[in-house]
Design a protein around this ligand. Structure first.
Ligand code: GRF
Length: 200
């Protein structure tokens, strides 16, 4: 079984979805621990309820030590509100040079990177937006895309409504994508000089 470290900062609904998926075999991996950048993160209570070890406000070096010591295969960012340094990203590559850090972003990247992506999409008046699961590279929200799922928002009346529609899609897409990625069920091709990672 692949061994995962999840990093979160907020309410933790994606962390919960990953734990549920691991319990039911949808995500064939073991979630070994949670790391949080904020002590008051909702994810902390979820980890406590599952009796999982928690790294509180770890530095990047502490995370890397943990990854080494606990033989972690991939680091999963589930609403982690910290920008990772190039050094950290370089330390977490596999033999092929593929990043071993996965992130979920609530827009159809490359549209609407950064904060409040649901609100950005709503305010822009786009007809549809989506969810992206991607690998982490130095460019924020810019690494190779693993999966995307779109949904229409043209009938919606608020950013909150967009988020309420998007979150269940996140909770479905994220664990399923992490599953094939961490189990190596993908092929790599070059597109535009960059790796392009698709399920095998
Ligand atoms: C999600 O919308 C995720 O896509 C974004 O941050 C939010 C985290 O929500 N990166 P939660 O803490 O998983 O509930």
């Amino acid at each position: 079984m692949r061994r995962l470290l999840v990093l979160a900062s907020g309410r933790g609904s994606n962390f919960r979805a990953l734990l549920e998926a691991a319990k039911h075999g949808v995500l064939r991996a073991e979630i070994v621990a949670l790391g949080v950048s904020k002590r008051e993160s909702g994810a902390v209570q979820i980890a406590e309820a599952h009796r999982l070890p928690i790294l509180f406000t770890p530095t990047e070096d502490e995370i890397l030590d943990f990854v080494k010591r606990e033989r972690i295969d991939a680091v999963i960012l589930a609403g982690y509100m910290r920008i990772l340094t190039p050094k950290f990203i370089e330390a977490l590559r596999d033999d092929q040079g593929i990043s071993r850090i996965v992130n979920i972003h609530p827009s159809l990247l490359p549209s609407f990177p950064g904060m409040n992506a649901y609100a950005q999409a709503f305010d822009a008046g786009v007809r549809e937006t989506g969810i992206t699961v991607h690998l982490v590279e130095k460019e924020v929200d810019g690494g190779p895309i693993l999966e995307q799922k779109t949904f229409r928002i043209d009938q919606m009346r608020s950013a909150e409504e967009v988020e309420a529609r998007g979150l269940p899609i996140e909770h479905d897409l994220f664990p399923r994508t992490v599953d094939w990625f961490v189990n190596g069920e993908y092929r790599v091709e070059k597109r535009g000089g960059r790796p392009y990672v698709r399920p095998a």
